[in-house]
Design a protein around this ligand. Sequence first.
Ligand code: NDP
Ligand code: MG
Length: 391
Amino acid sequence: SSLRSITVLGATGSIGDSTMDLLRASPERYQVEALTANGNVEGVVKLAKEFNARFVAVADESKLDELRAALAGTGIASGAGDSAIVEAAERPADWLMAAVSGAAGLKPALAAVDRGATVALANKECLVCAGDFFMDRAAKAGACILPADSEHNALFQALASGSREELTRVIITASGGPFRTWAAADIEQATLAQALKHPNWSMGQKITIDSASMMNKGLEVIEASYLFALAPDEIDVLVHPQSIIHGMVEFRDYSVMAQLGSPDMRTPIAHCLGWPDRIPGRAAPLDLAKIGSLTFEAPDYARFPGLKLAYDALRTGSGATTVYNAANEIAVAAFTAQNIRFGAIARLVEATMNEWVRAGNLAPLSSADDAIAVDHKARKMAATLLPQIAA
Ligand code: NDP
Ligand code: MG
């Protein structure tokens, strides 16, 4: 079989690392076209040399000289700045992993979508931010969107068992994070170190904090709605502390199809990389006898209000999910800088969404520029509201 050309946006991150691990297992199958990072020049250059990539980009413009120096004599082309990340996405790779973190991943993901690429989408924030038009645009360009997020990848696999008309609901599971059993008053005061201790998954810092607040599950409810054209009441969340079942689809005969796997992102990424075939996995095979029991609980909106806000944002529509994501990014940055308490994250998201609606800002989004304008304006609003929420 011929070589597949591959681009990885966010190659130096946690998802990037899992993706490179899968590529490393079968180097004879892949040609790496482009790799990108934000500021980690050393990390991305090391990968570029190992995989003999054709192009490397970093988002941080001030690192261009450092990047050029590190690549001297290799013949690998390079660029810096947001436009260089977009250029990496535009280059002709058959398969692209979109694993930049945050809304910064939107423009490059759309660049890949617009050229009709096969896009493994890990960057849920970009879909949440541009949900109103992202999938339509992919359909128009003939792009194939493969969900890399474990829950959505599970749904994608389970959905193959029936038609859209036969589906009654989907269920995405949540580990519940490190504060699953904590009292509300303790969650309110949780420290950064406590929020960063995820029980099952090893992930980037931002998504780990989102898992602790269950904002990650909120983003995933929105992601599922946009990816699969589901109404909010067709999407249920189920707390499942072992993180073995990732997603389930219920059909009208009440058969429920589930996808299971070890909590290791290399399994859903391998599914995306192999699709429509199956390639050998790199995660530990599932040993259910050893795990013994799988347990389930209903999510608690009172202790994790960020989850309920996601349903509110979806029902509101017209940019409200973009605001939900933008306010959360500001809140997580403030919590990470230890400027606000953990409990203030969801409060800031709620206050920003309310203020957005009150100010009459709701309007349907139809382009990346619309989504980015709303994202920027909502970030400003959240930053303005931050001091009173923190107080
Ligand atoms: P990380 O923080 O580990 O990595 C983020 C990557 O994006 C790094 O390569 C980073 O570069 C790069 N990056 C960060 N900011 C920018 C920017 N402004 N412009 C360009 N590149 C940037 O994140 P994760 O790998 O954990 O997550 C990536 C995405 O995948 C997120 O959207 C997350 O929600 C999603 N996801 C992650 C899962 C996981 O298990 N980790 C599971 C499911 C979804 P640098 O290293 O130079 O900073
Ligand atoms: Mg997930």
